[in-house]
Design a protein around this ligand. Structure first.
Ligand SMILES: Nc1ncnc2c1ncn2[C@@H]1O[C@H](COP(=O)(O)OP(=O)(O)O)[C@@H](O)[C@H]1O
Ligand SMILES: [Mg+2]
Length: 476
């Protein structure tokens, strides 16, 4: 027994069972036929496995042998004619059953070719027991502008591991952005790879529905090209963005989607514009109450809204969990353009405390009883943003620094794809919407209303009553 280099523990033999295989002589013909059989079997497997290549190849070869060149040419022409007719006749079904499945198969092949290298360089390959284990590329589904790749993770991986290297994956696969979200099963992650950008174009003002859909306000377009439905019932909305990021367009998109409700009296929008009416002034007739100069009037508005919220909550307690707006008890939406002016920069200490107290009540109690806040803020620092957690819906437009993103939208949101600091100046009105409880941010572009369009909307739908305490009746 040596006295140095002693290692305690179980020693595992390289080959736990040592057996000597018996030596058998096989005749040549047997070996040859076995090999041939094996090769034929493998060939059959390959032919069946790549049926989408082999079946057409066999078919075309048969056509060629039977009719010469005319055979395949006629069939190709017929397929092209039918698919063109289908594409023009019923585009939706052609995309769904014709184009996307074909494209998906092709892209799956592309992803598969780069998969090994991509996983290793993104450090998603796991070394275990002296061999490498890769996440499994399961399925690729294409839609307009986006590929959804279903991946089975290696034991011990979580969707956030993929979210953290999303940018690396985007570069590797040559797409604009990658987002990772949990899949339908715990061991599956969905990677959304975005190719083009449906949000590159300005979104024109959307049609005003006769009755606002409070659970799905049409305010803009989302990343896959569909309309984005913003939920107002049960939530409060915070909008954060640098100067010129398009906070105004979020506010006006929301106001527009509610416009018909303002006319019918189902909705009251109260406007607070502490920057002197710069933003909300042109559409002032849309607001049932409006304050832009007098901070005391603004404090009173917020206090009144908070009182309304409390009264409604007391009345509805135990009866329903969601207030239904009626002309007698309308939905009240407080639109505040620069919230920091009221909660942080205000020099009058007493007024500031009053506003803060009323705002906390309003934000926490108002959402189930139809008293909502849509507040915009420019400065994302913590001391300016004390109410962040009371806003279940947070919208991050362009921000100056990466560190601000999680501060505004919540921890880990930048890793999950909310790249607010990467939104270029050339895309105002683009932002990421984060909803409490939903792990994936949604990239959205809000509709843009020019000053004239705001004025038009105000004359069509507006019914102004009170400005800074002065009562003005009827539409302006
Ligand atoms: N949704 C949008 N789509 C296109 N352009 C927009 C959009 N929102 C804003 N813009 C452009 O950006 C400019 C600044 O927008 P604004 O709403 O005033 O920014 P903020 O209030 O965040 O400082 C606008 O004058 C307009 O030209
Ligand atoms: Mg503004």
């Amino acid at each position: 027994m040596p006295l140095v280099n002693v290692i305690r523990g179980d020693r595992i033999d390289p080959a736990p069972i040592n057996v000597r295989t018996p030596f058998i002589r096989i005749p040549m013909w047997l070996a040859l036929s076995w090999w041939t059989l094996k090769a034929l079997g493998r060939l059959a497997v390959v032919l069946v496995r790549f049926w989408y290549v082999t079946a057409p190849a066999v078919f075309f070869a048969w056509l060629y042998l039977r009719w010469g060149w005319a055979g395949p040419a006629v069939v190709v022409g017929a397929i092209a004619a039918v698919s063109t007719g289908w594409a023009f006749g019923h585009r939706a079904s052609w995309l769904r059953f014709g184009w996307w499945p074909v494209l998906s198969r092709y892209r799956r092949w592309v992803y598969r070719r780069n998969w090994h290298a991509a996983m290793v360089t993104a450090k998603l390959a796991v070394s275990f027991d002296s061999h490498t284990v890769l996440p499994v590329l399961r399925k690729v589904r294409c839609a307009s502008g986006v590929d959804v790749v279903t991946v089975r993770m290696v034991t011990g991986q979580i969707p956030d591991d993929f979210a953290k290297v999303a940018e690396r994956l985007a570069h590797t696969f040559g797409v604009r952005q990658v987002k990772a979200s949990p899949g339908p099963r715990p061991d599956v992650v969905l990677l959304h790879l975005f190719r083009g950008d449906p949000l590159a174009k300005v979104v024109r003002p959307l049609p005003v529905p006769a009755v606002p859909e409070f659970t799905a306000l049409a305010v803009g377009r989302q990343e896959d090209g569909d309309g984005y439905p913003l939920r107002l019932f049960g939530t409060q909305v915070l909008v954060v963005g640098a100067t010129g990021a398009g906070k105004g367009s979020v506010i006006w998109s929301v106001v527009r989607s509610l416009a018909a409700g303002v006319t019918s009296g189902l909705v009251q929008i109260w406007g607070l514009d502490p920057k002197g009416g710069m933003e909300l002034g042109i559409g002032a007739p849309m607001f049932t109450r409006f304050a832009c100069k007098d901070y005391a009037a603004m404090a009173e508005l917020i206090e009144e809204a908070a009182t309304t919220a409390r009264n409604r909550a007391a009345k509805l307690r135990g009866r329903t969990r969601q207030h239904t707006p009626t002309p007698d008890e309308p939905l009240i939406v407080l639109v505040i353009d620069e919230l920091a002016n009221l909660t942080a920069y205000l020099t009058d200490r007493q007024l500031k405390d009053r506003i803060k107290a009323a705002l906390s009540i309003l934000l926490s109690q108002g959402r189930a009883v139809g008293v909502h806040v849509v507040a915009a803020i420019q400065d994302p620092r913590k001391e300016v943003l004390p109410f962040r957690d009371l806003f279940p819906t947070r919208i991050g437009l362009r921000l100056a620094e990466a560190a601000q993103v999680d501060l505004v939208l919540g921890d880990g949101m930048r890793d999950r794809g909310a790249l607010c600091d990467r939104i270029p100046q050339s895309l105002p009105g683009v932002g990421f919407v984060v909803i409490d409880g939903d792990p994936t941010p949604m990239r959205v572009r809000f509709s843009y209303l020019t000053d004239d369009e705001i004025r038009d909307m105000a004359t069509t739908y507006g019914r102004l009553r009170v400005i800074d305490g002065e009562i003005l009746d009827g539409a302006a």
